[in-house]
Design a protein around this ligand. Structure first.
Ligand SMILES: NC(=O)C1=CN([C@@H]2O[C@H](COP(=O)(O)OP(=O)(O)OC[C@H]3O[C@@H](n4cnc5c(N)ncnc54)[C@H](OP(=O)(O)O)[C@@H]3O)[C@@H](O)[C@H]2O)C=CC1
Ligand SMILES: O=C(O)C1=N[C@H](C(=O)O)C[C@H](O)C1
Length: 239
């Protein structure tokens, strides 16, 4: 496949290496380090898919530009989902293809699946409070992490005492606390904790490297061309 990489930081570089190892061609790299290259230089005849991992402030514009150019786009940037409905609308209007996941790791998507199941069971039995923790490297700009937000949404859907989330400790029993920590080079750790007066149950995912995110993004890019609409990891993995 011919891939357009948008963002050439930690994820963009790691994706380039695995993409080439899987036999793909890098048709172009759009990044502030390559100012002469623009998304508008490409279209569906020159690239099969774009993979976007940039910055919360840049992702929406990049996704919209890909959709305008008719390029299927796989986006992993977090912190821009307040604009997601607009991207979905343009995707529909253009008959395009947009794939989004707050986390492309297969393991995290299993974690999301079990998280919803556990939340429903814990609600059924009662007696527990729940909180979400996320730990990431100190270069991360958004907070809480996109993954923590997806996990929190899964809990809110299945644990009706919690009606909203708050990114700090809270005494309000209707608020789900999401606690964020920024430590060294931590790749990404997410923990959902249920606590009662007598015990504690935890569901934890700890990424040891970025390889899992990279593989998932490439699997999404290999899958997306030929599809029309907005997709996520549930579509890819059948979860
Ligand atoms: N969904 C998932 O599975 C994962 C999501 N992420 C998310 O992906 C994003 C990127 O992560 P990561 O690679 O670690 O971050 P980095 O900061 O390492 O890299 C981001 C790159 O994007 C560049 N960039 C900034 N603005 C633009 C723009 N308008 N167009 C093109 N490139 C731009 C940056 O350049 P410069 O530094 O010059 O600004 C930088 O090179 C984050 O939002 C992160 O949360 C990360 C890992 C997994
Ligand atoms: O910024 C990161 O590094 C990561 N971001 C994603 C998130 O916000 O959840 C995914 C992963 O945890 C790494």
């Amino acid at each position: 496949m011919k891939l357009l990489l948008i963002g050439y930081g930690k994820m963009g570089r790691a994706i380039e290496a695995q993409a080439v190892a899987r036999g793909h061609q890098i048709a172009g790299i759009v990044d502030p380090t390559h100012p002469e290259v623009q998304i508008t230089d490409f279209d569906s005849t020159t690239v099969d898919a774009a993979i976007e991992f940039t910055h919360p402030d840049a992702a929406f514009g990049n996704v919209m530009a890909c959709l305008q150019q008719g390029i299927p786009v796989v986006c992993g940037s977090t912190g821009w989902l307040h604009h997601f409905a607009e991207a979905q609308a343009l995707c529909q209007q253009k008959g395009g293809a947009l794939f989004y996941a707050s986390n492309y790791s297969v393991g995290v998507n299993l974690f999301f699946h079990f998280n919803e199941y556990i939340a429903a069971k814990m609600h059924q039995f009662g007696g527990y409070d729940v909180l979400v923790r996320e730990i990431h490297h100190t270069q991360k700009v958004d907070q809480p992490s996109g993954t923590a937000l997806t996990a929190a949404e899964g809990i809110l859907r299945n644990f009706p005492e919690k009606t909203t989330w708050r990114n700090e400790p809270t005494q309000n029993p209707n608020e789900l606390a999401i606690l964020s920590e920024r430590v060294g080079q931590v790749v990404g750790t997410h923990i959902v904790t249920y606590q009662s007066g007598v015990d504690q149950i935890e569901l934890k995912h700890e990424a040891h490297s970025r390889d899992g995110f990279v593989l998932g993004a490439l699997l999404a890019a290999e899958w997306l061309p030929g599809h029309q609409g907005t997709f996520g990891m549930k579509d890819l993995l059948g979860l």
